[in-house]
Design a protein around this ligand. Structure first.
Ligand SMILES: C[S@@+](CC[C@H](N)C(=O)[O-])C[C@H]1O[C@@H](n2cnc3c(N)ncnc32)[C@H](O)[C@@H]1O
Length: 303
């Protein structure tokens, strides 16, 4: 499994968030003057800024993020009339369906932002010490420390195996030492313990990378969010509207690929036409941005 953006890469680019696959996003979503835009993972507004620069339509644009810190950095859009929503994208999409809102362009750029990883106090980082939190939305849900405290060895092993792609035997071993040594309050002590007990394949990445990714995916129910969101998308698009989804690891890309395949197979009942036969691959299409290395972009158009 390709790992999503990880801390091994975060030293290679400036601390601000560089939007991934920006040229491909602009050419495939082809924003035009006056069009409306919904960004369901607005982050720090990198893609949003570039798209709204083309549509020149702040008022019919909307930016969603479950991270209050990200939302607080989007006020310049709000000053121009863009609606901001601090919410997970499933709740946001459900509310917009209720409101019968539709858009010309939707973008979903999954995963974490660079600032989430770079700030130790967010608790995503095994390099910068901080409380073991990992919630994208700090106002709700359980932290990674609480998840560890409330899980059995088997549950934790399954998380590390399925969401971190560690072999089951190693995942089980790590789960055992984590449970034996809990509670954990900070990221560094967990990372150090994993480093001591990680007897797996030799790799260039830090031994805690996969376990941290697994905990993050579980804490934020990342796959559940994507699975529930995808079928709502056609209801949020005008006819001819475009949706782009950027994923960073094979678990989320598999969900997107399967959803679009089901659309392709649905014949006359399909609501979307897939325009990327193969995903745009960040490793070859956006070589200057290290964050794009594991990114995959898929685009579809509402029939
Ligand atoms: C890769 S960053 C997006 C960066 C953005 N495209 C930019 O150019 O600045 C992903 C963002 O999506 C948010 N996010 C991830 N999953 C989410 C979800 N289920 N609901 C809402 N926001 C989510 C994260 O908080 C993060 O800010």
């Amino acid at each position: 499994m390709a790992l999503c953006y990880n801390e091994e890469m975060s030293n290679e680019h400036p601390p601000h968030h560089v939007p991934v696959l920006l040229d491909s996003v602009l050419s495939l979503l082809s924003p035009k003057a006056g069009e409306s835009y919904l960004d369901l993972t607005a982050g720090y507004g990198g893609h949003a800024g570039a798209i709204i620069e083309k549509t020149k339509n702040y008022k019919d644009s909307m930016l969603v993020d479950r991270d209050d810190y990200a939302i607080s950095h989007l006020s310049s859009f709000e000053q121009h009339g863009t609606r901001l929503m601090h919410s997970d994208f499933v709740a946001a999409a459900q509310a917009l369906v209720q409101e019968k809102k539709t858009f010309d362009i939707i973008l979903i750029d999954l995963g974490v932002s660079s600032p989430q990883l770079d700030q130790g106090e967010r608790g995503f980082s095994f390099k910068r010490n901080g409380p073991l939190d990992m919630r994208m939305d700090r106002s709700t849900g359980i932290t990674a420390a609480e998840l560890i405290d409330n899980s059995t060895i088997s549950e934790l092993a399954t998380i590390i195996h399925e969401f971190g792609d560690e072999p089951y035997g190693l995942a089980r071993k790590l789960a055992e030492v984590i449970v034996t040594n809990r509670p954990f309050t900070d990221t560094e002590s967990l990372a150090e313990l994993i480093k001591q007990h990680h007897r797996g394949r030799r790799s260039r990445i830090h031994p805690a990378t996969r376990t941290f990714q697994a905990l993050r995916i579980a804490v934020n129910d990342e796959l559940g969010q994507v699975k529930t969101l995808l079928p709502l998308i056609p209801r949020l698009l005008h006819t001819g509207g475009r949706v782009g989804v950027i994923s960073f690891h094979s678990l989320e890309d598999r969900l997107v690929k399967q959803y679009l395949k089901d659309q392709r197979d649905a014949g006359f009942e399909a609501e979307l036409t897939v325009i990327t036969k193969k995903p745009v691959d960040g490793a070859t299409s956006d070589v200057h941005n290290p964050r794009s290395r594991s990114a995959k972009l898929r685009v579809a158009v509402k029939k």
